[in-house]
Ligand binder design. Structure first.
Ligand SMILES: Cc1cc2nc3c(=O)[nH]c(=O)nc-3n(C[C@H](O)[C@H](O)[C@H](O)COP(=O)(O)OP(=O)(O)OC[C@H]3O[C@@H](n4cnc5c(N)ncnc54)[C@H](O)[C@@H]3O)c2cc1C
Length: 538
């Protein structure tokens, strides 16, 4: 018995899911239902950029996942926030707009994924984008997603950018322009000083469409199957009642790098042995489901400063009132701040073709973002390796959709990953030794001068490094036995089902993952429209 019938049922209103809901329902002949486990994005802190520090770890809008104790991090387990709200992780993320490197996408294509090379996907980034600086060969001017320059500056970040140039790294005015390499300032997914989430960009303008039904607080439990064909979706509403939505054409799974493999496994799609151990029937034996997990791991160097930083501003009640006033009147200042202000994409060795590390420079410091700033004057130079080789996995803990799965990131498992992170820490130190930054730094607080050799630096990273919130890869796109979806994002061996979110990335992109997730949503939408035109149904 169906509660609803649609042509396309989309699971998850995150970065990719919102795009797909918009683009498919643009055809009035297509009926779309969008199911989201979280609620509406009514918490005001979602929309104020600095509210990132308040929404993260808040179970009202964050799934609050935790990883298993990780051998590469001295047995530490990490908090892994993921958005549980309309807009998904784009509603709680750090707002940084970065696409990655052309070579990332060319690498996907080289693995057999026709249609995913840079020349194929660049127009989709442009279609999505509304660039504040105007349209150009590298930027879109009239898409739904607003991209803008930061609305504050802080001398310590300017000093970092100047010192990096003094150290020989070039200034780059646009990390999404002709080349990624260099130092400069991030652009933000923001509009007039307010967050531009995927829900703001793609859902709000089309909420009134008759053929689009958005159902928040709908926790999908499993896919409904007839043999190896998906025919609908079973979700639980707020009263705890199970409901079914029938899909006349396809179900599109956009539950993210953790939710998508979890739902596939709960529906009998995954490694047969694991499903049997969970007491689940095996619909399709796809060993790649939940494997190939990748993330960016950040080592956070903290430097004490002679002058005040945002740590001091945030502790002063008077300054806080001034910040609130400034934001209320101008939508500028620290409340309009994204997770980081300055950035660097650098190479740890001259033989590398493209940058292999990324810096996030923050005019404040904390043990971990979202945990409150330090009670002293300091700033953070966070460094992460862009293309880690280490691979982790996600497994069901129980066959119950309410129980978080087992997440094993397996950080720093290869020598390349260890070496690259240590080299990144050394570059952070090198830059700190150049004027004008050197004169502003009182001391290196973390890791501190005692950590001298590579082994000590690696040990420090293992003891303190944390996620930069970019899990991907757990429903890998490809042709091999470890892949889950093909190049048109159709699940191997299962009819009527596609996956479109960060989980399909074969290899993590060299940068932050929100813009790529939105591009993946654009690409899926384009392919569905093409297939409908060609009369191809599955
Ligand atoms: C704290 C944080 C900071 C970040 N900072 C940045 C940044 O500054 N820049 C950047 O580019 N990237 C950043 N990222 C990463 C980026 O936001 C994500 O990679 C991207 O949003 C993921 O998009 P997605 O579509 O794959 O999944 P998501 O956006 O996570 O969407 C998945 C959706 O599916 C829903 N869902 C899951 N399971 C179910 C279910 N069973 N039933 C119904 N619905 C379900 C979820 O609630 C969610 O809404 C950050 C992420 C976080 C969490």
């Amino acid at each position: 018995m169906n509660d609803l019938v649609a042509d396309y049922v989309i699971i998850g209103a995150g970065s990719a899911g919102c795009v797909i809901a918009n683009r498919l329902s643009a055809d009035p002949a297509i009926k779309v239902v969008l199911l989201e486990a979280g609620g509406p994005d009514s918490n005001p802190w979602i929309h104020i950029p600095v509210g990132y520090f308040r929404t993260m770890h808040n179970p009202a809008v964050d799934w609050c996942y935790k990883t298993e104790p990780d051998p590469g991090l001295n047995g530490r387990s990490l908090a892994w926030p993921r958005g549980k709200v309309l807009g998904g992780s784009s509603s709680i993320n750090g707002l940084l707009y970065v696409r990655g490197q052309p070579q990332d996408y060319d690498g996907w294509r080289q693995q057999g994924n026709t249609g995913w090379g840079w020349d194929d996907v660049k127009p989709l980034f442009l279609r999505a984008e509304r660039q504040e600086r105007g349209a150009s060969a590298d930027h879109g001017g009239d898409g739904p997603l607003s991209v803008s320059d930061p609305r504050l500056s802080r001398p310590i970040c300017d000093a970092w950018v100047a010192a990096a140039q003094a150290a020989g790294y070039p200034f780059n005015p646009d990390f999404n322009g002709p080349q990624q390499e260099g130092v400069g300032y991030f652009q933000l997914t923001a509009r007039n000083g307010l967050r531009c989430s995927a829900a703001v960009a793609y859902l709000n303008p089309v909420k009134g469409r008759q053929n689009l039904q958005i159902i928040p607080r709908a926790h999908v439990q499993r896919l409904d199957m007839e043999g190896r064909r998906v025919t609908g979706v079973i979700y639980r509403d707020t009263s705890g009642t199970e409901r079914r939505v029938a899909a006349r054409a396809e179900v599109i799974l956009c539950a993210g790098a953790i939710g998508s493999p979890q739902l596939l496994m709960l529906s009998g799609v995954g490694e047969a042995e694991h499903l049997q151990a969970m007491g689940l029937p095996v619909v399709a034996d796809l060993p790649g489901v939940g494997r190939n997990l990748q993330d960016h791991l950040q080592a956070r160097l903290v430097f004490g400063t002679h002058g005040p930083t945002l740590n001091d501003e945030a502790r002063s009640p008077l300054r806080k009132v001034a910040m609130a006033l400034q934001y209320a009147l101008t939508r500028r200042g620290p409340m309009a701040m994204a997770a980081s202000l300055a950035a660097g994409f650098l190479r740890t060795a001259p033989h590398l073709e493209t940058p292999d590390i990324q810096f996030h420079i923050q005019p404040w410091s904390a043990d971990s973002p979202g945990e409150g700033v330090h009670p002293f004057s300091a700033f953070t130079a966070s460094v992460c390796q862009l293309r880690p080789e280490s691979r982790g996995d996600i497994r069901l803990r129980t066959p119950n959709a309410d129980v978080h799965p087992v997440i094993r990131p397996n950080y720093l498992a290869t020598t390349t990953d260890q070496r690259t992170l240590v080299a990144g820490i050394r570059i952070a130190r090198e830059i700190a030794g150049f004027a004008p930054l050197q004169g502003k730094i009182s001391e290196e607080l973390r890791p501190g001068p005692k950590a001298g050799d590579d082994a000590a630096l690696l040990n420090w990273a293992r003891a303190t490094a944390t996620t930069i919130y970019h899990p991907v890869g757990t429903c890998k796109m490809g042709t091999g036995p470890d892949s889950v979806v093909d190049h048109r994002l159709r699940v191997h061996g299962v009819a009527g089902l596609r996956v479109a979110d960060c989980s399909i990335m074969p290899d993590i992109v060299s940068g932050n993952t929100n813009a790529p997730a939105i591009m993946i949503g654009e690409k899926l939408s384009q392919m569905v429209h093409e297939d409908r035109k060609a009369g191809m149904t599955r």
